[in-house]
Design a protein. Sequence first.
Lengths: 346, 346
Amino acid sequence: MATIREIAEKANVSIATVSKVLNRKGGISQETVNNVMKIARELNYRPNFTARSLKNGQSRTIGVITEDLTVFNTPEIVDGIDAYCENNGYHYILGNLRFNKRFGNQPDPEECAKLVHSQVDTMLSKQVNGIIYVGYHSRAIAPVYNYEEIPFVYTYCYSTDPNIPCVLYDDQKAAYEATQLLIDRGHCDIGVIAGPTNSIHSANRILGYQEALYANKIPFNPKHIVYGNWERDIGYELSKELIQSGVTAIFAHNDLMAAGVIDYCTEHKIQVGKDLALIGFDNREIGTASRPKLSTVSLPLFDMGQTATQVLLNILAGKHIQRGQKVMLACTIIERESTMPASDSC
Amino acid sequence: MATIREIAEKANVSIATVSKVLNRKGGISQETVNNVMKIARELNYRPNFTARSLKNGQSRTIGVITEDLTVFNTPEIVDGIDAYCENNGYHYILGNLRFNKRFGNQPDPEECAKLVHSQVDTMLSKQVNGIIYVGYHSRAIAPVYNYEEIPFVYTYCYSTDPNIPCVLYDDQKAAYEATQLLIDRGHCDIGVIAGPTNSIHSANRILGYQEALYANKIPFNPKHIVYGNWERDIGYELSKELIQSGVTAIFAHNDLMAAGVIDYCTEHKIQVGKDLALIGFDNREIGTASRPKLSTVSLPLFDMGQTATQVLLNILAGKHIQRGQKVMLACTIIERESTMPASDSC
DNA sequence: AATTACATAGAAAACGTTTAAATTTAGGCA
DNA sequence: TGCCTAAATTTAAACGTTTTCTATGTAATT
């Protein structure tokens, strides 16, 4: 690779002059500028990013740690980070932890923490100016040991440390709107298939659900909430319970469990969309593949990536950020075939 | 961040000594080693990767260019690259082109090329030692203008330049095996719903299909091959044609079109798995969501990532590589419910 | 006591840049 | 001619490392 020095030699000027020309600093005669530029082009010169950032002491680079790139939704968030970086003259380096292949569904917090630490170390070594942590478990598994050292922003999960800013989607609002849709379609006996009882996401969604019932003066029946494990089979099981207890609509807290509901209904000749209204959560591909197509809640993934980056770059630019700021982004309701008007209203 | 210089001061030794200790070079007394190590730990020292690679003139870093990270399959390939790099002491930097959001289904080769060039420029700037190009169109859209400058390896797509090594999956073999499965299940009138006529992948799959027919002494009927556009709707349309012409099994060249076949059959009370055998390609989530569950071909994505990296690192290590080498990795057949034995055999 | 050998440590240059300060050059004016 | 100014260019140091070569001190050998 050609260096500034080689250009200087060919052009019969000093390396300082070349540097100034290349960085458009001015104070150089037009003739010299032209000549240097021409030679740089001829030599196919490319500035050495490494040398430059060593000298300048700044890399304009942020680190992006993903708990698992292959987990659905993560790439879309990274895409948002990518776009925002590009539009703001920043670079990023990706550090993928591969939690899924390493740990499956039972991540060992100890081991996870080690991976995060070593990734953070590597990134600090590479002089990043800040780090975005993209989780996929509701709460980041691995605590960040010393976040004072470098600005951190979490997205797609709550941070373990309440002082670190998070960029999240608004579960409660989304659940409110999903429930309202069901109510608008004429339902008042609305069941909920939630995630595990310890899920923050489900807890917030239940809040939104209750809020919507309250706003519509529909009494809340605790029996209408049942708890699953996010898997398809449990959706099948729980829908039986719910339907037998008389609900005419179900709000499943993810599309997989909603697919289980459809399985059960198909098997028992209950027409989803006619006899039972159903809405899921996540907007996965499975929702367009099912019969009927599934109404669902779509997550603002790309936007989360962009916003997380924006928050981080703001911090880097010295803009005052409230400690522990939580940015909540709105989801969008996608109505498909599984939520048609019920025959009778309440 | 602490530097080697600060450590040297605190330890009352020269920076050369510190460097030697940190790099375990030997020739330093145990006492000094202990002292320097202790101070380094106290100061939370982390080597400056930038300075180090500037000095050494090597980054042990490769570039990974993805045409689109959010396109299904890409993250899994990157995961493989990640794993292989980690196991071999290499770093990688990701450059995501976001073709999908930028261009949709009609990528402009001119614009694509520009993006690739600028990404390659950036990576060369950052002193990468080689580049892996992860495509998703059958042939890389953007030609690499000057591959002499740095080793390139393509994966998941054919390169525009025949001299660049590619790591691919073996369409022909997979198609052979998929067809053989249909034959084993008792079918001899086997239709094919291929991709567009200009698809290299489909062309190879048709070859494998014909080969299997030949091996089983089943006459080849050109009418049994119809061409689609990879979309679900076209699967619906074409299955009508095929079924009317008397096939009892269909090999769809992707899962989406296979889903369209199921749509048609469900609507016309044809029982897939009983009246009609069906196998798709790609192993997308949709195949487990459909009723019946779809038999399909699973791509060796992770393996492709690993192998592409292996090929690149071999080149970097100076191992002789045949120009234009094509590495073909085997797919796996996944049998689910859509390929049950037919009632009569041929 | 002089020489050699070895273990340990340090000095200095280098990697490819940027930049403040110094120097050269040319032109304008008394 | 001599001086001043502004423009153009160069010098040199610095960023944080690694590494070669050299220097020092001590112990072993003659």
